[in-house]
Design a protein around this ligand. Structure first.
Ligand code: PLP
Length: 389
């Protein structure tokens, strides 16, 4: 490990991501494609290295990002497969998306005209194709997407009638697929498939790529596979929620977070620790300072609550987590010394701190935590069990 990464680094195990992807593949029907959701920089793991390991896998259709910029970053890195931008994309990005095979999610009437205009301009320069788009349908999020009603059907008919556009896909997103009770999700799935049947009848053909399954649906709702599934959180080995069954798919967390002790001191009973003195020692205490804080994405709400692993043992957090440092109790870990490794997320011997546990301890959400591990934290990638570039 490079000394530059001693303060803190996230280790990303690309083998775990491949393992999760293969298990996703094994859990869906033959012929169903996978889109790797690598928005928010691959849920904090790094979108480009993750896309790179999937470029040659034929059951991976492509990638989904949240924004056009995230898609451009992948193209800048030489990533070639199709990319779908899941959120609304503003018109400034359409020309580049068209040139680079990046599909927008389409649901606003003005998007049709704006997109067609870009295609016509590009055609004037010799381009002969159409712009592939995916229609977003709202079946219960009330977020983006046309509703599965007459207006929605009319909108899609209009999109399909445009010579400049190719309605390659249509998708929806479930609000409640991660619950133990799937009544709502199944009802929404039926509403979506009924709508797809209607569109097929009215337009005389099926839209080629119909998709609705996120991670929770991949695990719990096999009927929602359709033509393609969108795998997000499970790709990284994390669980969509506590209610999703754990026995249907095997996952391996890909990310662990490491640091090193930078200072150790013994303090007497009655010594306050960190801002506000919210913790006061009740005995002679050996304190270790860890050079990581909430500006790295380590939650401040772990103050006086969380713990880290040192020599395979738990060391609890004393006082408030600061912006760039926090303190832990190592009184019971006498072998600990300055420079020793600290595991903030991951396994150390028999002990493990999962992202889900960290979510519980900090009263936050595993999706949120992993996205919060920010740029100040270098990522070190492992492939075939070895560090790689
Ligand atoms: C983020 C997102 C996903 C992936 O969700 P996971 O729960 O991480 O699998 C799928 N589809 C859409 C539209 C999304 O926004």
């Amino acid at each position: 490990m490079l000394e530059e990464c001693s303060r803190v680094y996230a280790e990303v195990d690309l083998d775990a991501i491949k393992y999760n992807l293969e298990n996703i593949r094994a859990s869906i029907a033959d012929g169903v494609k996978v889109t790797a959701v690598i928005k928010a920089d691959g849920y904090g793991h790094g979108a480009v290295p993750i896309a790179r390991i999937m470029e040659d896998i034929d059951y991976v259709w492509g990638y989904a990002t949240a924004t056009a910029e995230e898609a451009f970053e992948l193209r800048d890195a030489g990533i070639k497969k199709p990319i779908l931008v899941l959120g609304y994309t503003f018109p400034y990005a359409y020309a580049r998306m068209l040139r680079e095979g990046i599909r927008p999610a389409v649901f606003r009437v003005d998007m049709l005209d704006e997109l067609c205009e870009r295609v016509r301009k590009y055609r004037a320069q010799g381009f002969e194709g159409k712009m592939p788009i995916h229609i977003a349908v709202d079946t219960g999020m009330s977020r983006i997407g046309v509703r599965a009603d007459d207006f929605g059907a009319g909108f899609i008919k209009e999109a399909m009638s445009r010579d400049e556009l190719e309605v390659e896909g249509i998708f929806t997103h479930f609000a409640r697929a991660d619950e133990a009770d799937l009544t709502n999700a199944l009802e929404r799935e039926k509403a979506f498939s009924d709508f797809l049947d209607r569109l097929c009848k009215e337009n005389g053909h099926k839209i080629p790529i119909q998709h609705c399954a996120n991670s929770a649906s991949i695990i719990s709702i096999p009927s929602a596979e359709m033509d393609m599934v969108r795998a997000g959180i499970i790709l990284y080995g994390l669980w969509p929620s506590e209610e999703v069954p754990r026995d249907k798919i095997q996952l391996r967390p890909a990310l662990s977070l490491h640091s090193h002790i930078v200072y150790i001191k013994d303090v007497p009973e009655g010594t306050p620790v960190s801002y506000g003195g919210t913790f006061v020692t009740d005995r002679m205490t050996r304190i270790a300072t860890i050079p990581v804080g909430y500006s790295d994405g380590y939650p401040r709400s772990l103050s006086n609550k969380g713990y880290v692993l040192i020599h395979g043992q738990k060391a609890r957090i004393l006082g408030r987590v600061c912006m760039d440092q926090f303190m832990v109790d190592i009184t019971e870990i006498p072998e600990a010394k300055e420079g020793d490794e600290v595991i903030l997320i991951g396994r150390d011997g028999d002990e493990v701190i999962t992202m889900e546990e960290l979510g519980d301890m900090s009263h936050r959400f595993n999706y949120e935590l992993v996205c919060d591990i920010n740029k100040r934290v270098p990522r070190i990638y492992f492939e075939n069990g070895k560090p790689c570039k």
